[in-house]
Design a protein around this ligand. Structure first.
Ligand code: G6P
Length: 612
């Protein structure tokens, strides 16, 4: 949801760092891109509607090549259409301040009206431009001190933002602030850098300062001065970030999504590393110890998108293995529906980015109502990890493809581990069963490697080719594999724009069956579990009505009655979602590829949704 970057280098040109940073953050939004730099004391802005390649063409004249300080932005439109004029950076009306912004200024109409009354000409439909002018106005009363001007302007603003403001002149200044969306900074004698995501900082520094809400920071090579909005000085310590910079390239795969699908065997191994004992699981933190877990009376899970589907799988695991009641809710619903929570409730947030606005708000609400809270999260220094009492880090590495794959898989693995820990702490999970499950989880890497073997992938590619022109798709699953049906449908919708619906298999006859015909392909997920025979009957019912059926799973009888099949290695039903989702990810990928869709940058979506 918009990416911002900035670089202030001591002597070196900064343009390459800005463009490289924008490329890394492009997953956050890709409607328009722009940079603003200081050249001979003056601010110069280049911005374009379109992808980063458009901007590179704009910059190819070399006119900005000498600049050593600049900011950049990759946009996911919220206010104003996708046009050059609405692209960031925005300048104040006298060209003294350039501003990039991720978020929404809720009182921007009020700010806009006031600017119009003052006769300040507005050149775009964005909320951001209003803030650029306000900073310009405040600059007049602060003797050119940009940090103070930003602090004063922000006191007038309501909303969510991560911003970077740049002022020219003989002594250029770079100032950042956040309230809501993420922002991190790093510095050394060679320079200072800022970005929405640490991934864009690791090529320059691994010592990253994650700014907190309300922080205003001035950056220069070797200098970081952080204050609150009221000017009170603050100390912020850097965190060492381990992610490899090369994790952000495609490593020989045609798309990030495909690379990330193929990383999944390693992702399982990383999620297990250092946590699994013979018959129990170990997590850092008092909240995951026996005493605290025995006090948990109920778990409420909040998440969005793919992470919500992981939460639905977690419900089956936690209820089944630990016998604790679980509610799962869309975070955007939970936060507004006056949930009834008691102090014995553990609020669990699940998120790849740890920055999804609704999920953060849901956890904050739970905290305000006296619940303990934990996060299952991939992004190490994210707001969710910092705000939660305890976190299980997914350790999937940076996920760049907008359609989540490996982070989902890591969420499933972490959910199994959490359910086992809870079950062991509460004595509901027998030692032998824990040992069997953990042993099988240890072999999961090998099973996923078999699923990702060339001939299996080639079979799925051919299947996608045969079905790519269907009118629609239905995905059916039951029990713990019902959420996998939802996820299979979501993946296909997100990247191929085909209509797909996920449904509990037992509900099929209450509606979706009316849609069955030859143009509607049904995927049935069939695990060898207690409902296998019922799922098998669903396959027969669809086939009797002329609908093509693809069966995915390890239930041999179901596989035998379907028209086409993808055989998944036999597993404990508790673990079957981890393997069953992989062929569905590959199917979505190959349908999108065959239809010529932009797989890593699907239209209208953003990877990290930091606004409501
Ligand atoms: C967006 C992304 C989805 C993701 C969801 C939740 O909608 O496009 O892929 O599942 O946000 O994101 P989170 O970072 O909280 O897991």
């Amino acid at each position: 949801m918009c990416g911002i970057v900035g670089a202030y280098l001591s002597g070196e040109p900064c343009l390459a760092a800005l463009v490289e940073g924008l490329r890394t953050l492009e997953y956050r939004g890709y409607d328009s891109v722009g940079v603003g730099v200081v050249l001979d004391g003056r601010l110069v802005v280049r911005r374009k509607a379109g992808r980063i390649e458009e901007l590179e063409r704009e910059l190819s004249d070399g006119a900005l090549a000498a600049a050593t300080i600049g900011i950049g932005h990759s946009r996911w439109a919220t206010h104003g259409a996708v046009t050059d004029a609405n692209a960031h950076p925005h300048l104040d009306w006298k060209g003294r301040v350039a501003l990039v912004h991720n978020g929404i200024l809720e009182n921007y109409l009020e700010l806009r009206a006031e600017l119009e009354r003052r006769g300040i000409p507005l050149r775009s439909q964005t909320d951001t431009e209003c803030l650029a002018h306000w900073i310009g106005i405040e600059l007049e009363g602060t003797d050119g001190d940009l940090a103070e001007a930003v602090r004063r302007a922000l006191r007038r603003v309501h909303g969510y933002y991560a911003i970077a403001a740049l002022a020219g002149g003989a002594r250029p200044q770079l100032v950042v602030s956040r309230e809501g969306p993420p922002l991190c900074v790093g510095h050394s004698a060679a320079g200072a850098w800022l970005a929405s995501d640490p991934l864009a900082l690791v090529p320059h520094t691994r010592e990253v300062v994650f700014l907190e809400d309300g922080d205003v920071a001035e950056l220069a090579p070797g200098k970081l001065v952080v204050t609150r909005r009221d000017g009170t000085p603050l100390a912020r310590r850097p965190v060492h970030v381990d992610w490899k910079a090369e994790a952000a390239d495609r490593g020989g795969f045609e798309h990030f999504m495909l690379k990330e699908i193929h990383e999944q065997p390693d992702v399982v191994a990383r999620a297990l590393f250092g946590r699994v004992e013979a018959d129990d699981v170990r997590f850092e933190g008092e909240l995951f110890g026996d005493a605290a877990l025995r006090g948990v009376e109920r778990v409420v899970i909040s998440a969005c998108g793919t992470a919500l589907h992981a939460g639905l799988v977690a419900r089956y695991l936690i209820e089944g293995l630990a016998r604790v009641p679980v509610d799962v809710d869309f975070a955007s619903e939970f936060r507004y529906r006056q949930p009834v929570l008691s102090p014995g409730t553990l609020a669990l947030g699940i998120s790849q980015s740890g920055e999804t606005a609704d999920t953060l708000a849901a956890l904050r609400l739970a905290r305000s109502l006296g619940c303990r809270q934990a996060a299952l999260c991939n992004a190490v220094g994210s707001t969710m990890v910092r705000e939660s009492e305890a976190a299980i880090l997914l350790q999937a590495g940076p996920e760049i493809g907008v359609a989540s794959t490996k982070a989902f898989l890591a969420m499933l693995v972490a959910s199994v581990l959490f359910a086992v820990r809870l079950g062991r702490a509460r004595g509901t999970l027998a030692l032998a069963e824990a040992r069997t499950l953990l042993g099988e989880l240890g072999r999961m890497r090998m099973n996923l490697e078999r699923l990702l073997a060339r001939e299996v992938v080639e079979g799925i590619r051919a299947l996608a080719e045969r079905h790519k022109d269907q009118r629609g798709f239905l995905f059916l699953g039951r029990g713990i594999n019902y959420p996998i049906a939802l996820e299979g449908a979501l993946k296909l919708k997100e990247i191929s724009y085909l209509h797909a619906e996920g449904y509990p298999a037992g509900e099929m006859k209450h509606g979706p069956i009316a849609m069955i015909d030859r143009q509607m392909t049904t995927f049935v997920i069939a695990a060898r579990d207690s409902v296998a025979s019922k799922v098998r009957s669903n396959i027969e019912q669809i086939r009797a009505r002329g609908g093509p059926v693809v069966c995915v799973g390890d239930d041999e009888e179901s596989l035998a009655v379907a028209d086409e099949r993808i055989v998944v290695p036999g597993l404990s039903p508790w673990l079957s979602p981890i393997a069953n989702v992989v062929p569905l990810q590959l199917f979505a990928y190959h349908v999108a590829l065959a239809r010529g869709c932009d797989i890593d940058k699907p239209r209208n979506l953003a990877k990290s949704v930091t606004v409501e």
